[in-house]
Design a binder for this molecule. Structure first.
Ligand SMILES: Cc1cc2nc3c(=O)[nH]c(=O)nc-3n(C[C@H](O)[C@H](O)[C@H](O)COP(=O)(O)O)c2cc1C
Length: 186
């Protein structure tokens, strides 16, 4: 039997994305977003409320980075989601982390978050509050690589559990994608 839960944003998993931007004065900001993801090979789409300092910065600078939140930095990542750059100008250093400038675009990334996607603004729909970004490059810290591949056990990405307002660890491999299904092809 199924229990009807109504209109709810309940997907497992939902990412925890940390979006970093500079404002006009060069202050680095970071925010937490769970309502987003990859929407094409070179595109990311995120539902972002227009009141956020992050949106103001992206509309000004036309660039931003998206990093994967991790277990080690979970407190800082949550902090980025409950405090605004409108009030705290140095959210990243206040959280004890380090903002570095990207090599390709005028946007910051966080040294302590090892997987970062550099993005250029493609569009922001002021009515629907949906941001689309084109992926420019991906910056991976060597510390999460094993044999030149991203190792999820080293990355320790976290996921947002909307039903229980908590963060979950994304870790264990269960099967090979594009292969395990072949066992069912008749
Ligand atoms: C777990 C979590 C997920 C969030 N997801 C989103 C989201 O998808 N979209 C959004 O607009 N705000 C989201 N927020 C709220 C923003 O992160 C928050 O308002 C933040 O303070 C905005 O920072 P800024 O004003 O410095 O840009 C989320 C917050 C948390 C804690």
């Amino acid at each position: 039997m199924r229990v009807k839960f109504g209109k709810k944003p309940l997907l497992y998993t939902q990412p925890v994305l940390i979006i970093c931007t500079y404002d006009r004065e060069g202050n680095a900001d970071a925010m937490n977003a769970a309502w987003g993801g990859i929407s094409d090979y070179d595109e990311i789409s995120i539902s972002l409320s227009k009141g956020h300092k992050t949106v103001q910065n992206i509309l000004d600078k036309k660039v931003f980075t998206v990093s994967v939140a991790t277990k080690t930095q979970v407190a800082a990542c949550d902090y980025f989601g409950i405090v605004s750059g409108h009030q705290v100008k140095d959210k990243i250093t206040s959280a004890g982390l380090t903002a570095l400038k990207c090599p390709d675009i005028d946007a910051p990334y966080i040294k302590e978050l090892p997987l970062t996607i550099e993005c250029r603004l493609e569009s922001y729909d002021l009515e629907k509050e949906i941001l689309k970004g084109k992926i420019v490059d991906t910056l991976i810290d060597e510390c999460i690589l094993t044999d030149d591949r991203i190792d999820p056990n080293k990355l320790e990405a976290i996921s947002f559990d909307s039903a229980n307002s908590s963060y979950l660890l994304v870790k264990e491999k269960v099967a090979d994608a594009f292969k395990i299904g072949r066992t069912l092809i008749k």
